[in-house]
Design a protein around this ligand. Structure first.
Ligand code: ATP
Length: 259
């Protein structure tokens, strides 16, 4: 196991740094993860496993710690108090709600950013074609719509062939129609590249549409794990879809809601 690039550091003598390592197998494992910002406890003993190629959605009320968990897996937070053990694969990519493209570089430049391989350009062009942006390599980020910018962000993530894709509300800022299109695109990309995925979302329907398993976080702990049947999207299982939706809304404390 190697050290986590994010440096999961303990700053208080009473806190033990979350230990992090890399799993060659591509497995994700979180054990008894505790995290706090100042006096505020955010994650209070999270256990989570994600198998290679598995798609897990993370739902939970606002402020329950979803992004904190994702950031812990990404190794993004520094000077944070906590303890626990995190194991992630070697290659991890992250996408956020905003595309975080560099405004001073072209679409192609953004996708190849940091890639040193001699074939980076051709791989980036292929990734852009996969997300439906062939021919837009020379465009600047400001010339793209919000949905197109998120497509570039997805291409930038996938060109690195991640074993784990961490996605923090990647479609949260998009309109409903673009969002549905992006769901289809993400499904195609995941089927082609087979990364494990952890998707943070507020959207129950998005979670049901995309995930193999849905983890509900509450008060910094895993409150519920629900498996999504592969048939759930089919017309034949409309009742199953509705029942799962109802159960998840109840998990989230939303009762008596049908839509
Ligand atoms: N860097 C930080 N410094 C201080 N407090 C933080 C920091 N990051 C997160 N928090 C706090 O931790 C708690 C959990 O935040 P987090 O963003 O993980 O929640 P979330 O479930 O993703 O919320 P939302 O659904 O609203 O995005 C919040 O109360 C937040 O204010």
């Amino acid at each position: 196991m190697a050290a986590h690039p994010g440096g999961l550091t303990a700053v208080a003598p009473s806190a033990v740094a979350p230990r992090a390592g890399k799993a060659a197998s591509g497995t994700v494992s979180v054990r008894n993860l505790i995290r706090s910002f100042g006096p505020k406890g955010v994650l209070n003993g999270v256990d989570l496993d994600i198998a290679p190629g598995e798609f897990v959605a993370l739902l939970g009320p606002s402020g329950c710690g979803k992004s904190t968990l994702l950031r812990a897996l990404a190794g993004l937070d520094h000077d944070v108090r906590g303890s626990g053990v995190i194991t992630v694969p070697e290659r991890v990519s992250v996408v956020f709600q905003d595309s975080r493209l560099l405004p001073w570089d072209t679409v192609l430049g953004n996708v190849t950013l940091g890639l040193r391989e001699h074939d980076a350009g051709s791989r980036a062009r292929k990734a852009l074609a996969e997300v439906g942006l062939a021919g837009r390599e020379s465009s600047w980020p400001h010339e793209l719509s919000g949905g197109e910018q998120q497509r570039v962000a997805l291409a930038r993530s996938l060109v690195r062939e991640p074993q784990l894709l961490l996605a923090d509300e990647p479609f949260g800022a998009l309109d409903a129609l673009t969002r549905i299109r992006m769901h289809g695109l993400l499904q195609d990309l995941v089927a082609a590249h087979r990364p494990a995925v952890l998707l943070v979302t507020h959207d129950v329907d998005e979670a049901i549409a995309l995930a193999d398993r849905i983890v509900v976080l509450d008060s910094g702990r895993v409150a519920r794990i629900r498996t999504v049947s592969p048939d759930i999207g089919s017309a034949a299982d409309a009742a199953g879809h509705e029942a799962l939706r109802r159960d998840l809304l109840a998990d989230l404390g939303v009762v008596g809601t049908t839509h």
